[in-house]
Write a new protein. Structure first.
Length: 279
């Protein structure tokens, strides 16, 4: 039984999907490209029938549109699952001890704006707070902002008009030295790489020991959000030196692989997909 890949064409600025295809060709794994427009709207017909084992790789909008039109296994289930595992309001309950932002509050955008003075009094550091969406669908990119700049900044960082009732997280801002991405499945850290250094995009093959140790701890946790997922881990200056903290978890489907070992990711993803299909 062949696992197939359905890839959105040209969706990450970090690299072209042809990089992934290079390894699919090497491993003789069948694949198809789908072109999209706008917010992931699919152009043309789906390349596979509904009863096939297909891995999806592309943008969040693309995955959400496929979730409505394709019933592949695993398909989009590692992102668009009814359990909402990749929502912060879910996984914070399990991974709370690993988090960078351990002091936070959930609120709606409308309620935040109504109580902005109160919230800044609690979480403000130098008149700045950190804000991010609860949803893995990333209605906007998380950001640090001053109170007087919030309205303009959330408009700039959003991908369209925001529902005032969306859930957001508010926390104190933290200075992060470096950020690493790890691909994780049950009891195993598959690969990882650095993608940020001192707030600037900076890829490097490999990772520091503290970040790997935390990724391994997450991989052995009894609760897992998906059969294969991504953990972004930051390094900060702690009381006793550098410490590793969990920034967020994301779906394999919509995450850039940066300088991770792509071949390892492809092989493991195929193994997991085939196992799910046979259930």
């Amino acid at each position: 039984m062949n696992v197939k890949w359905c890839i959105e064409r040209d969706f990450f600025w970090e690299f072209n999907p042809d990089t992934v295809v290079k390894y699919l060709k090497k491993l003789e794994i069948p694949y198809s490209f789908l072109k999209t427009k706008g917010e992931g709207d699919i152009i043309g017909k789906l390349p596979y029938t509904s009863d096939e084992c297909v891995l999806v790789y592309g943008s969040i909008g693309y995955a959400r549109k496929l979730d409505c039109s394709a019933s592949w296994i695993p398909g989009t289930s590692w992102l668009c699952d009814k359990s909402r595992n990749l929502h912060c309001s879910n996984y914070y309950s399990y991974y709370g001890d690993f988090l960078l932002n351990r002091e936070y509050m959930f609120t709606t955008l409308a309620e935040f704006e109504r109580r902005i003075d109160y919230i800044y009094n609690i979480f403000g550091e130098g008149n700045e707070i950190f804000v991010r969406p609860d949803s893995p669908y990333k209605d906007f990119t998380g950001f640090v902002t001053k109170k007087e700049e919030f309205a303009q900044k959330i408009t700039t960082m959003s991908y369209g008009k925001l529902d005032p009732n969306i859930m957001i997280i508010v926390a104190k801002p933290k200075k992060i030295i470096a950020e690493y991405r790890f691909y994780i499945c049950k009891d195993e850290v598959i690969t990882g790489s650095r993608y940020m250094l001192n707030g600037e995009y900076d890829e490097e093959v490999g990772y520091c020991g503290n970040a790997l140790l935390l990724a391994q701890e997450i991989s052995k946790h009894k609760w897992q959000p998906a059969p294969l997922f991504v953990a972004d881990i930051g390094i900060i200056n702690g009381k006793d030196g550098e410490e590793a903290k969990l920034l967020e978890i994301n779906s394999f489907i919509c995450s850039s692989m940066y300088s991770c070992d792509l071949e390892k990711i492809v092989i493991k993803a195929n193994q997991i997909a085939e196992k799910e299909f046979k259930k």
